[in-house]
Ligand binder design. Structure first.
Ligand code: BES
Ligand code: ZN
Length: 612
């Protein structure tokens, strides 16, 4: 696409731009791109607004261009100044398009000349889709308010006017003022020794796409966990977080051995309040993570491996639009599993693959064939809507297919070279295929046919010759499950005392679509699953209890979905409850209490499920 881009620019007078690269942005990167962003913001909890200026440095490509189009959503634009090469400021004329419910409002800035800098004075809305403002009551410590951003996929535009497309990369700096006892952190250089003086400055010197802009403000403690790692969390969570995440430096070293140096200097982790709508978000230098990964036994730190892996696949080599998301999430899911294998052993890594493969196949039964493709057409479609396991696990499966055909001796250096070759670039599947063709296919002719590649990329489903993962440890779990379901094994006789999380997931997934009520009750009596402190076990279990009509678990379900706002964990429970009138009434009642604590994204997903 990069080449296509260039061709358009050189040979067509007026390139019809954004559609060629990114259907989710109004910006016109073939005419002008932002190369740096300078933010000066005040965090105002009283009005739930960010107030300040965004200064964009521009690189003009089209000599005829005289306007700058930016993405915004629900921003109040106060004034815009054009700043010329001599530093002279001129007021610029601008207009905001009507608000599109998915894409927001294009901000059109008319300029007399191709000025190097534009400065925009603005404030955000309390409803900004990319920010969550929380009262003290909604935090773990309950003493101070909290605010955090989630910019991916297209929410950066709700807190900064910019070119909100991953095809554009820029450096940034920020000056942020916040109420005094609170700490401000960003996806940039965070000073673990910073005084809590309400005045923070950040620099991100590596060029990043807009979806990696991130900020959080709250009562945050910090613990150093290694030479280049630290954990930020609320005071009541910090000790558990530092313990659970103590292997982070080892994880980085493991990944470096496979794929080359970590290029972002520090790797810190921020544990957010439980309403964080995702498991993790790979904000550069500062991964954002849900507290639900703090299971106490490190069984869920694979999520950190995933976010860390994005430091290569995603943050370094970036999908140019959400249509090529498999290049971020599929590569990352592949790398995540390689890290888990190195750190926690082949057995654990294989169990993860088996669970993920099975869950993908089940999920795909309910996904339309055209949504099962790795490269998707998302024109007019909200990128938050189409989220499924396909880019993650089909993408990862494709890479494992290549790995199995070429062997790790060839595939590992190939992947490493790919990350180096496209470092700090935004690319599409075409560039991946070019590199693949030159560096693997042509060197080992006959190992993989182009028809096989086409099937993975352009056909629905999973190709029949996909490698099948097998876990010997799961054989025992499967036997226990089938004996239990057949009534030949009592719940109390299942040898599950030493099962790790993945074995429980396998067992719960083996239960029938509609489990017997008596069997679910017996399992709960024997293993107390309704009180599991492990979110991955808990949400699958709660779905099974709802299917079985086991209403005894409702108090725990209510407590779970009131406390946690992570979409992946709560939405499936709501979906299952919504299938019966009684379940739906219960879900609506619990949701009314949970709603104020949910992130706008989670609210949107749940309200869709409940038809509210
Ligand atoms: N980058 C994603 C989160 C994301 C994807 C946000 C698309 C918005 C749009 C992140 O790396 C991710 O995949 N998180 C997963 C982690 C899991 C797969 C280990 C999550 O949040 O569940
Ligand atoms: Zn990811």
């Amino acid at each position: 696409m990069k080449y296509l881009f260039l061709t358009c620019f050189l040979f067509l007078a007026a390139p019809a731009v954004h559609a060629e690269v990114d259907p989710h942005s109004y910006a016109e990167p073939s005419k002008v791109t932002m190369t740096s962003l300078d933010l000066d913001l005040e965090v105002d909890f009283a009005t739930q607004k960010l107030i300040g200026t965004a200064e964009l440095t521009l690189d003009w490509h089209d000599p005829d261009a005289r306007s700058l189009i930016l993405d915004t959503r629900d921003l109040e634009i106060e004034s815009i100044k054009a700043i010329d090469a001599q530093g002279q400021e001129h007021a610029a004329i601008f207009s905001l398009d009507p608000r599109d419910p998915i894409f927001g409002s294009a901000l059109r800035i008319a300029l007399k000349d191709q000025v190097p800098v534009v400065s925009i004075r603005y404030r955000t809305s309390p409803k900004a889709s990319g920010l969550q403002w929380m009262t003290p009551q909604q935090t773990a410590s309950k003493k101070q308010p909290f605010m955090f951003s989630q910019s991916q996929a297209i929410h950066a535009r709700s807190w900064i006017p910019l070119q909100d497309t991953p095809s554009v990369r820029f450096t940034y700096s920020a000056h942020v003022k916040a109420p005094k006892p609170l700490r401000v952190v960003m996806s940039a250089n965070n000073d673990v020794k910073h005084r809590l003086n309400g005045d923070y400055r950040f620099v991100m010197k590596q060029a990043i796409p807009s979806y990696l802009l991130a900020i959080a403000v709250g009562e945050l403690d910090v613990r150093v966990t290694g030479p280049r790692t630290a954990v930020f969390a609320e005071p009541s969570v910090i000790a558990a977080a530092a313990k659970e995440l103590e292997d982070t430096e080892k994880m980085i070293e493991t990944t470096e051995k496979l794929y080359g140096p970590y290029r972002w200097e520090r790797y810190d982790i921020l544990i957010l309040p439980a309403s964080f709508p995702f498991g993790g978000m790979e904000n550069p230098r500062l991964t954002f993570a849900t507290p639900t990964i703090l299971a106490g036994d490190k069984s869920l730190v694979g999520l950190i491996a995933h976010e860390l892996a994005h430091s290569w696949s995603g943050n370094l080599v970036t999908n140019a639009s959400a249509e090529h998301m498999w290049m971020n999430e599929g590569f990352t899911t592949y790398v995540e599993n390689r890290i888990v294998e190195e750190l926690y052993g082949k057995e654990v890594a294989t169990m993860q693959l088996v669970v993920d493969d099975q869950e993908l196949l089940v999920e795909m039964q309910d996904i339309a064939p055209d949504q099962q493709l790795l490269i998707t057409d998302l024109a007019g479609i909200d990128p938050d809507e189409g989220l499924s396991g396909v880019p993650y696990d089909k993408g990862r499966w494709f890479l494992r297919f290549l790995e199995s055909r070429y062997g790790r001796d060839e595939f590992d250096p190939f992947l490493r070279a790919y990350f180096d070759h496209y470092a700090f670039q935004s690319i599409t599947s075409t560039e991946f295929l070019e590199f693949y063709s030159e560096n693997l296919e042509k060197k080992h002719l006959g190992k993989v046919s182009s028809a096989e590649i086409d099937a993975w990329l352009h056909l629905p489903g999973i190709p029949a010759n996909a490698p099948v993962a097998h876990s010997a440890r799961f054989d025992a779990v499967d036997k226990a499950a089938s004996d239990f379901i057949a009534g030949d094994l009592a719940a109390t006789d299942i040898q599950a005392k030493d099962w790790v999380t993945l074995e429980w997931l396998r067992f719960i997934n083996a239960l029938p679509e509609t489990p017997e009520l008596a069997q679910i009750k017996a399992l709960d009596d024997a293993w107390d699953l309704s009180n599991s402190g492990n979110g991955e076990i808990a949400f699958r279990w709660y779905v099974a209890t709802v299917r079985a009509g086991y209403t005894d678990a409702r108090p725990q379900i209510a407590a779970f979905i009131e406390r946690i706002g992570r979409r992946k964990l709560v939405v499936p429970i709501y979906e299952e409850l919504a299938r019966t009138p009684d379940g739906k009434a219960f879900a609506i009642e619990v949701y009314a209490r949970a709603k104020p604590g949910y992130h706008p994204l989670t609210q949107g997903s749940v309200e869709k499920v409940l038809g509210l």
